[in-house]
Ligand binder design. Sequence first.
Ligand SMILES: [Zn+2]
Length: 364
Amino acid sequence: MERVIQRFLDYIKIDSPTGEEREFKERLKADLLALGLEVFEDRAGEKTGSNSGNLIATLKGDSDKTILFSAHMDTVSPGRGIKAVIEDGIIRSDGTTILGGDDKAGVSAIMEMLTVLKEENLPHHNLQICFSIWEEGGLLGSKYLDYEKLQADFGIVIDSGGAPGETVVQGPAQNKLHITFKGKAAHAGVAPERGISAIQIAAEAITKMKLLRIDQETTANIGSIQGGGPTNIVTDRVTIHAEARSLDNEKLKAQTDHMVQCVKDAQSASGLEAEIEVVETYKAFHVGEDSAPAQAVKAACGKIGLPFVPVKSGGGSDTNHFNENGIPSVNLGIGMKNCHSLDEWIRIDDIVNTTRLILEIAKK
Ligand SMILES: [Zn+2]
């Protein structure tokens, strides 16, 4: 079996649900130190509530170029006690957990690339490695990353579902909306006219909202709605949690403003004010095909015979925050399929080919 696959199988055995990355972090730290990298752990753990910070490792090369390679350490649930099943060149879980290919396939490819560089004593660029915490559920690790420690000219994130060579060059911005509609409680049978139903107000607002697919670049969704109690009481509070995304920051603003306006309009007749909180989760990015990271991927693809396919994605990733913090970055496909589900699987060949690809990018 390819060594990178053995490494992957070892890594997915180490539980690392979001916020509990410490044990996996310790293993990676030891592995990086053994390869001669300088390793630093930042303080993002304290800011996010995780038991670990982000790992940032550096390997000097003989080059005036510094390249960042990044993957995230955390996995979604249920991700404890993962047992891999290998069949016909495909690795999946035993069906009771996720596999954790998202993103331990990326982590494994980076570690194998470093191992080969060292083993074969290959000339390479200056390399920085970032293994982040808390990517799932909010990109908090890369949000609170100590960017002082990153001096990379550009970044290669390995955390996408496309085939090796498929490269995300454009990603959306996301806003989250937390809204509480206000009503007035009253006995629904005895004195309903004294009550104001927050459920009716919420229903009116939601009915007016443009949701789901807004246009080619923009989406919006309500994830949950909570409120109410016994039928004999007019409901005084309903809370919804919603999101909007767009590849275009202006369009995101327009959609967010529209949703907020629907809330205000529906609430206005009651004489009460809704609580509206809008949180900017991350900003959109668009690195051109002629950008340094896209060019580096394209050149490496050419050398090892993989098709270079630039794509845009509807999902957020650490790539968004690297770009926002001045490190032009792209997100490489590693063929992870059905992520965040018990049916998650990945091809052995895709992990192997991604390793070959990033080795080519790192080499001089
Ligand atoms: Zn991921």
